[in-house]
Structures are given as structure tokens and as C-alpha cells.
Design a protein around this ligand. Sequence first.
Ligand SMILES: [Zn+2]
Length: 318
Amino acid sequence: MTEFIICADFPRNQVEFEKRFGSEQTCRDYLAKIKWPDGFICRNCGHQAYWISAKGLYICTRCESPNSLTAGTVMHGTKKPLTYWFKAMWWFTTRKSGVNAINLKDLLGLGSYQTAWIWLHKLRDCTIRKNRERLSGTVEIDEFVVGGQQPGKRGRGAIGKTIVVAAVEKEGRRLGRIRLQVVPDCSANVLEQIVSTNVEPGSTAITDGWKGYSFLEESSYEHKAMVASHIDNKECVLPGVHLIASLVKRLIVGTFQGRFDPKHLQSYLDEYVFRFNRRKSLNVGKKFMRIAQQVTASAKTTYKEVTAGSSPFTLLAN
Ligand SMILES: [Zn+2]
């Protein structure tokens, strides 16, 4: 489990960011500080003294093994300067709606749209912290579908549509944190896995009483099944998830003009959740720091893995 040291070292605004991260050296120093909060430790022998090579590698003075800040992370093998990655992380986290691949390509002067697209997918992969705290208190849970035009059957999955389960913390009438997960269907098996992964036992789960949620009756959750007299009444019984569903649908229309590749939807939802759950954060720089931390701790992903996207099944297995 990766636990990050609470760190207060982040740029407070754009001016501070530009002033501080204009050179390879200062970017490297920041990544090193995040990677080794208690000072350099050689990954090979544990020695704590080093020198920095011309290529920016931390060379252990005892065993001489090279320690890289980017190898094994999503930046693995990058030929672009760290300053580019820092700018991408800054725009990704501090712009209200993030940055799209066309903008990123133009802002950084990247050679291809594909590179910008891959970078953004890699950053989205870093928005979800492994072993993050589960939602707690009162949590509304429901599914909604996106894409496709044909109405589909709920239990078996709707043809041409992508099903998303939303879990939303309710603090009175206000919304707390959220989770969004693409699922293959709305069976009890799937829903049980989603709830146990995302909601703390002891919480109160509010659903619409769909049979797939009946496992909640004999579980460590308190279950409130709000049965709507008609499906259109969902807005009244589950206002939190209803609102989130409409925001996500608006995002899909705005970002992809309604058309999207289902295998990449989870990645966009992850970014949306990252942004939504930090909407009250007082400082934009904190979000930047969080992504920098998660990039440093990330595992490398290949071009093939990024373009393959994710299926709801592999997500469930994680
Ligand atoms: Zn060493």
C-alpha cells in the first residue's frame, strides 16, 4: 500500500509554478523529494549517498547502480523533458475541465496528437489512488447507462450501452465524495463487488430496491430500499446519483459529442471523479502535487496497454 507523506510543498498558483519548474533540475528535485521523502535510498543496496549523472540518474556511491526517477513509472522511456510532463500535470489538474489532447498537443508543441492522447490517458491512470478510503455514512447507489439509443434490459446489460454504477455520499442534501465504475451488467455478483470495494461496512446504502441489491439485506450495511412508484421518480428517491448521472452524460456530450469508445470510458470517469472529489479543495496546487505523487509511484504502461483501454471485468478484478 502506497501511503504518501503529508507534504505541503506545492506551487500555490501559476506564477509560482512557472517560476519553480522551468528547468529539468528543479523538476527532478521535486520528483526526488516525492520519491524519497526521507532522502535518497538506493533501490539495490539501500545506501543513502549518490551523485547525479549527466542523464539525470541518481548513481549510488556504494554499488554504483543507477536509480531513475522515471523508469518503471508512466513516464518510463520518455524522450521529452520533465518540464513538459510537469506542464501537462499542471494543466491537467488545475484547469477547471482539464485539458484535451488537441490543446495539450498545441500547448506543448508535441509532434503528434497521439502522443498527447497517450500522455493524458497515462495521467488519468494516476488519478485513482490504490487502497483509497471507501465512501461512508449515507451512500446512494444506482446505475445508469450511457451511449446507445435502444432501451435495454437492466439485469442482463443493455446492448450498445455502457452501464455505470454510481455511489454518492450524502451529507444532508449536499453531496460528498463519489465513485463511478463501468460494469458488465447489474447482477447481484457485480453490484456486491462494487459496493464492498467502494463503500465502508456500517454505512447506510440507499438504493431503488432493484433485486440485484438484495444482498444488502443481510450484510454489514444498513439498506434503505426506496421504491419509486415509477422509474421516472428516481430523481426524487435518489437525487444524488441522479445529479451525478446527468453531469456525466453532459460531460460525454461535451467531450465526445455523445460518441465514445466504451473501453476508454472508465479512464474518463476516473478523471471526473478525481476532479469532483477535490472540487472544494482550496488550492489548485494540491491537486498538482497529488498527481505528481501518483505519477512517481505509478507503474509503467505500454502504448499497447493504453490503447487497449479497460474492460469492466479487468477493472473488477483489480
Ligand atoms: Zn547502491
